[in-house]
Write a protein that binds this ligand. Structure first.
Ligand SMILES: *[C@@H]1O[C@H](CO)[C@@H](O)[C@H](O)[C@H]1NC(C)=O
Ligand SMILES: *[C@@H]1O[C@H](CO)[C@@H](O)[C@H](O)[C@H]1NC(C)=O
Ligand SMILES: *[C@@H]1O[C@H](CO)[C@@H](O)[C@H](O)[C@H]1NC(C)=O
Ligand SMILES: *[C@@H]1O[C@H](CO)[C@@H](O)[C@H](O)[C@H]1NC(C)=O
Ligand SMILES: *[C@@H]1O[C@H](CO)[C@@H](O)[C@H](O)[C@H]1NC(C)=O
Ligand SMILES: *[C@@H]1O[C@H](CO)[C@@H](O)[C@H](O)[C@H]1NC(C)=O
Length: 344
């Protein structure tokens, strides 16, 4: 509906142009027109977000069917033509850009996922921008930060060039996201930001990774340095030698909390255009990455990462009080976390 109206207006502009009235009158009427148009679009944007989201859901279901064209899958309001103030998009000014946000938790594979995305020549995923507390003190600072990123004016090592076709960041649920869900959902829907949820299915493994990572923050096992992500099998071996002890008394409640927090996030952001990814599925099946690229309207190419997984093999080898943990989870809905395993 929005789209049709905009095309209709464009035709009007053409008609006015051809009439060659006095330049002053023409300019005035164009000015008036663009003001009315702006107000109208903003009104529609605010008004239509819920209807819009439903349309997108329908379209998402159609993504199953492979298609050659990048754009017939994606609603036009998710394609942007940013006008950065710090540089000129020059030859790529005509290439549309998609905006995205990866909503996730610490130790859920998002570092690895981001290196995969950034190996694509047209993707800039700018990392954990909101780990810096000043950027998330209130909604205005959050919006200012997002505006700068989505306008392509944010510079860091992930920044590409004028030909970026998808731009985004990863955002941890505990970094202001769940404190202002309504405002952020409105922003996402109004600006046409697509959401990629990235979660882990095996929350016990996430717990091991979290405990080991916070231990290493102090122990600095790799020659006196702390690393959250590693690039060689030796480094992974060294880090995985430490076996955390899990608090079995609070284990069930802790797992339930982790589960609930993910469910709440999906519920809050359910009106956005989104997809849900699981770390385990990405590890097991690279065709998931193809789905991500299609979701972002990007040319599908092979993605690569140099990161190496730290905790491989059965969990029993990575938990100090394994028997106690196993006993606690036996017979509960979380029992499968004990068995689930990956070899690579
Ligand atoms: C941006 O670059 C294009 C072509 O390289 C040029 O035509 C245009 O004038 C430039 N725009 C600005 C604002 O510098
Ligand atoms: C948000 O925080 C910034 C920086 O601390 C401050 O300057 C600004 O006034 C605050 N805005 C609101 C609406 O509270
Ligand atoms: C991707 O980047 C390349 C090189 O910078 C550019 O030629 C191409 O047009 C870009 N593709 C898209 C879809 O923006
Ligand atoms: C630590 O130091 C040893 C000996 O100097 C070296 O062989 C090894 O590669 C270093 N490891 C890392 C992770 O830097
Ligand atoms: C989103 O979640 C809310 C709260 O659970 C629910 O009322 C609403 O129907 C959901 N909307 C969609 C589009 O799923
Ligand atoms: C990988 O995922 C795709 C769809 O995402 C599915 O069709 C395919 O069967 C999966 N392959 C394996 C080996 O699980």
């Amino acid at each position: 509906m929005v789209v049709e109206d905009m095309f209709y207006f464009n035709k009007d502009i053409l008609v006015i142009k051809h009439q060659k009235k006095s330049p002053m009158l023409l300019r005035m009427s164009l000015l008036m027109f663009s003001m009315v148009c702006g107000v109208f679009i903003c009104y529609v944007c605010l008004k239509q977000t819920s209807i819009h989201a439903r349309t997108i859901l329908l379209e998402l279901q159609q993504i199953e069917k492979p298609s050659r064209s990048r754009f017939n899958l994606i609603d036009i309001s998710y394609l942007h033509y940013p006008n950065p103030v710090t540089f000129n998009r020059s030859e790529c000014a005509q290439n549309p850009v998609q905006l995205f946000a990866i909503l996730t938790n610490q130790r859920s594979g998002s570092g690895w996922f981001e290196t995969l995305l950034n190996s694509h020549i047209n993707v800039s995923s700018n990392g954990e921008i909101f780990s810096v507390a000043e950027r998330r003190v209130n909604v205005s600072t959050i919006v200012q930060t997002l505006d700068k990123i989505y306008n392509l004016d944010w510079f860091n090592s992930a920044s590409k060039n004028e030909c970026s076709a998808a731009i985004g960041l990863k955002w941890m649920l505990n970094q202001g996201l769940m404190e202002h869900p309504k405002e952020i959902v409105d922003y996402f829907n109004c600006r046409g930001v697509s959401v990629i949820f990235l979660f882990r299915r095996n929350l016990l493994r996430r717990m091991v990774s979290t405990l080991a990572n916070s231990y290493d923050r102090y122990a600095k096992l790799l020659n006196g340095t702390h690393k959250s992500h590693v690039h060689s099998a030796e480094e992974a071996d060294t880090l995985s030698k430490y076996k955390p002890t899990i608090n079995s008394k609070s284990l069930l409640a802790d797992l339930k909390d982790m589960e609930r927090s993910a469910a709440t996030a999906i519920e809050h952001f359910n009106t956005t255009r989104h997809m849900i990814l699981y770390y385990e599925d990405l590890l097991r099946n690279r065709t998931k990455l193809k789905e991500v690229l299609e979701f972002l309207g990007l040319p599908v190419i092979e993605l690569t990462s140099r990161q190496v997984k730290i905790h491989k093999g059965p969990l029993s080898e990575h938990i100090n009080n394994w028997n106690e943990v196993a006993k606690t989870l036996k017979g509960t809905t979380y029992e499968s976390f004990l068995q689930a395993d990956y070899s690579s």
